[in-house]
Design a protein around this ligand. Structure first.
Ligand SMILES: Cc1cc2nc3c(=O)[nH]c(=O)nc-3n(C[C@H](O)[C@H](O)[C@H](O)COP(=O)(O)O)c2cc1C
Length: 194
């Protein structure tokens, strides 16, 4: 016998949807520090992401002042080698305004299917992290820029690139400006089958 689904038209669900839809990638941050305890709560929330066979393939590296400084130097080195010192300085300056830095890595797997699934799990973990912070008023930018693929970056962040790869460098902080975004309509992305 079929039973009636519980009502889903609740205030809580609407608020949850607002968090999901309202989260934006943040480019410009205030310099207000984000409480360390809040960041750790968000990392813990990240670890509750689904992961096939419970491999828990993610590792998190929360960077402090000294390590961020080394990343800024690497940023400068990479950009200035390609585009000149002025461009390097410009980018270094811009990046020095990112208040929080979190590196998320995924363990490497020799099995192709498991690797895909582990990467998917890590992406879900990053989303958990970002949404948790968003609900607390903190924005993020997930970047996979060239720096994250540079051998020197793994040395700075302190992980072994033979056994793990970067899922993202996540900058976080209180938003100075929250941009708008749009998405395709449901009819463009959804196919319903009989
Ligand atoms: C795997 C991944 C990598 C990303 N890398 C970058 C990046 O390197 N640079 C960047 O500006 N944005 C990056 N983004 C953020 C996207 O550009 C952003 O999510 C997109 O513009 C949609 O904006 P929204 O997050 O506000 O919805 C990345 C997002 C994902 C999921």
């Amino acid at each position: 016998m079929k039973t009636k689904a519980p009502s889903y038209e609740t205030q809580e669900l609407r608020e949850f949807a607002e968090v999901l839809q309202g989260r934006r990638t943040i480019e410009l941050f205030l310099q207000t520090p984000v409480p360390n305890a809040l960041v750790k709560e968000a990392i813990e929330a990240a670890t509750w992401a689904p992961n096939h066979r419970v491999t828990e393939p993610w590792r998190f590296y929360l960077l402090g002042k000294h390590t961020i400084e080394r990343c800024l130097q690497l940023c400068y080195d990479l950009v200035s080698a390609k585009k000149g010192e002025k461009a390097g300085e410009f980018k270094r300056e811009r990046w020095s305004e990112k208040p929080g830095w979190l590196v998320v890595t995924c363990n490497k797997s020799p099995d192709e299917l498991q690797q895909r699934e582990d990467y998917a799990a890590c992406a879900a973990a990053v989303q958990n992290f970002m949404l948790y912070l968003w609900k607390a008023g903190v924005g993020c930018k997930w970047t996979t820029g060239a720096i994250t693929r540079d051998e020197r970056f793994s040395e700075i962040a302190g992980f072994d690139s033979d056994t793990a790869f970067v899922v993202g460098l996540i900058w976080f902080g209180y938003p100075k400006l929250t941009p708008t975004q749009s998405r395709k309509s449901l009819t463009e992305v959804l196919t319903e089958l009989d």
